[in-house]
Design a protein around this ligand. Structure first.
Ligand code: DGI
Ligand code: FE
Ligand code: FE
Length: 196
């Protein structure tokens, strides 16, 4: 696996300066979360570095790639903001050559989330929301939660995002609700949340 500096060099040409600074913030935060909550640190780091790889691809190209790559077509019925995550996972595999499914899934699901997220997916998803450059209303509460409960921090971030979308009368992709439902559902004693 490539080291952090090599990975940054590969992603930088695909990002604006602002998005590159965001990526560094997400990577540092995701690694801290991985260390705290026991996710694979190297895989989390690599996923974080490449999580917004496709952020600046033209929207029409991304829509076409949803069709060509056989991604769920319902993605096209929601904000084009969603597309850079699943399209990014495919492009990172094709263009960067990363083949690890856990890394690619963390990129794929970093915007919507999904039920039963792995620890790597959770760390990247949450780091994207709370990295130091983020100024969302309510982000400080999520940062506090992140120090004590990974799942509850994600729940609060989703509440904020859904609120934000609803205030603007924008549709919410079902996986966002499914992720929320998955994390607030009561669990049996000893039952854990997540794929592994
Ligand atoms: O790529 P980033 O800006 O770093 O962050 P992201 O990948 O989480 O994208 C978040 C944007 O996507 C945010 O402006 C809200 C927007 N969005 C649009 N529809 C949805 C959505 N986010 C979620 N989680 N669910 C949606 O249905
Ligand atoms: Fe993103
Ligand atoms: Fe991001």
């Amino acid at each position: 696996m490539m080291n952090r500096e090599e990975a940054y060099k590969l992603v930088k040409p695909h990002l604006t300066e602002h998005r590159y600074e965001h990526t560094i913030g997400v990577t540092n935060t995701a690694v801290e979360l991985a260390e705290k909550y026991g996710a694979d640190v190297r895989k989390t780091e690599t996923a974080a570095i490449f999580h917004d790889y496709a952020k600046f691809r033209p929207k029409d190209e991304m829509r076409q790639m949803v069709v060509d790559f056989g991604l769920p077509k319902d993605l096209l019925d929601y904000s084009t903001e969603l597309l850079h995550a699943p399209v990014g996972a495919i492009l990172v595999k094709k263009e960067i050559g990363i083949k690890d499914g856990e890394i690619l899934d963390a990129i794929h699901y970093h915007t919507s989330g999904r039920p039963n997220m792995t620890l790597i997916e959770k760390c990247v998803f949450l780091a994207d929301y709370i990295e130091p450059g983020r100024k969302f209303p309510g982000v400080e509460e999520v940062r506090e939660l992140a120090t004590v409960d990974l799942d509850q921090a994600i729940v609060q971030s989703i509440k904020n995002t859904v609120n934000f979308l609803m205030k603007k009368n924008q549709p919410v992709y079902p996986a966002t609700f499914e992720t929320y439902n998955d994390l607030v559902r009561p669990r049996e004693k000893g039952e854990t949340n997540g794929r592994k």
